[in-house]
Write a protein that binds this ligand. Sequence first.
Ligand code: GLU
Length: 550
Amino acid sequence: MTNKDLANIIFPDITKTIDDYKEMYPERNLPEGAKVTRFAPSPTGYMHLGGFYGAIIDYVLAKNSNGLFYLRIEDTDTKREVKEAVDLIVESLNHYGIVPDESEYNGVIKGNYGPYYQSERKEIYHAFIKYLIEIGRAYPCFCTKEELDELRKHQEERKFRTGYYGRYAKCRVLPIEKQIEKIQNGEEYVIRFKSEGNFDLKFKTDDLVKGTLELSQNDEDFVIMKSNDKLPTYHFAHVVDDYLMHTTHVVRGEEWLSSLPKHLELFRAFGFKAPKYIHTPLLIKKDGNSIRKISKRKDPEASMAYYKDKGYPTEALVEALMTIINSNYEEWHTQNPDKKFDEFVYSPKKMSSSGAFFDLDKLDNISRNIISKMTKDEVYKNLYKWAEEYNKDFAEIISKDVDYTKSILNIEREQKKPRKDYACYSEIESQIWYMFPELYKNHEKNFEWGKINSSEDIKEIITEYFNNFFDKNDDKETWFNKVKELSEKLGYTTDMKAYKENPDNFKGSVADVSTVIRVAVTTKSMTPDLYEILRILPQDELELRVKEIM
Ligand code: GLU
């Protein structure tokens, strides 16, 4: 009996060879230097920010090398509903304008290097495993869970490195006849890779972010095919898929770095060239005084849903991540405001290899800046789109009189330094509710009167102002002069310098008078430009509000 017999007994129906597959998946016809990258998520029903950040790197690498970016669904390990989980992944990518060049989605297959779902590639994996068995580099292992637990315990008690390697890998020395007999008796088995490595020996390998690494050789006979569903493990599928699909650059989280020696040994066993690796540092955040990894369990911002729910402009999250990916991105973006992020030439070397610091405050700043530079039409369009999905009542209110809403969104916008008050669309209602009569009516009101807070003084200012000074048609200068006139008339100073030096010498200043008018019509002591607010709010609404506080 030979290894070939063993391989045929395990995979009697597998007739295609590795060479057949090499022909079916020929070199890609791409220009010199083109990078082929992939996003290879497991469909868990959750889209992690960290995954998206890797996908952006993949996308940028492919796009600015005239290469290709594909989506591969790694569903060998999931018992959950794959369809919805994949919808979530594809929608998340598309929301940010990231469309894979190759994928399989909703029955539409783009690309000739599929199937793009690992669960549909079983036959391919089996052909490659069959080959390894034939050349004596893989074997069936019949150890039960109890035996493996026992082995681990034994190793732990003696403080030995745990794992199935060397003399602990007892199934590697089973005679072929014995292996075949066990299989024919219906015993359960997994397939393990037969390592030739020596853990005490080191080898050098390059990671494009981390530089040259010195790692111990792999000596573990790790599982490459599971027993129940006969699907491969991640380690094995990674090697076969990235080889056949001609991935040039594998971008993945640094949690995979420790398995790299396994992957490299597998590539070598097949005689395949390994791709280049970019192991991305974990996304970390500040938590009080410490810094820790962003966690799915603790941090809502770990989920991509967070940014969509809140209504961050897509460019804002992309920019925040790009800035972490390469710190010179911000400068490049300022110099090339009209270019899309995928035109930026990403340099793995410039990436911090220790940790990627993701800061929500920074995202807010980036986002405020981006929204402030939009036209009123753009903000309206984006706000409405967001509200239609997440705040239907508000969507209805703002769309009743679109021009009215736009005039509100335009306050302090078309100017050299536009106002930066909205970080995301969900924040807008809480900042402009008082501009909509129907929201104002039902809103809980807390009048934020300032220095002038006696009802007598307030009434005096309001009555005088609206009866004798306010005119909707005034230009801004006239408007302000009138507020000053009113102040002088009622004994409030307009000499701000003198007032600041000795506030107690005065009843108040023109600023206090403006505050009274502002609070009277909005309830807020801080708002955007009061002149604009008074100009935009309908006359009858102004009258109603004034009457209410009298
Ligand atoms: N399916 C793996 C994961 O979701 C992919 C790692 C890789 O990109 O190779 O972590």
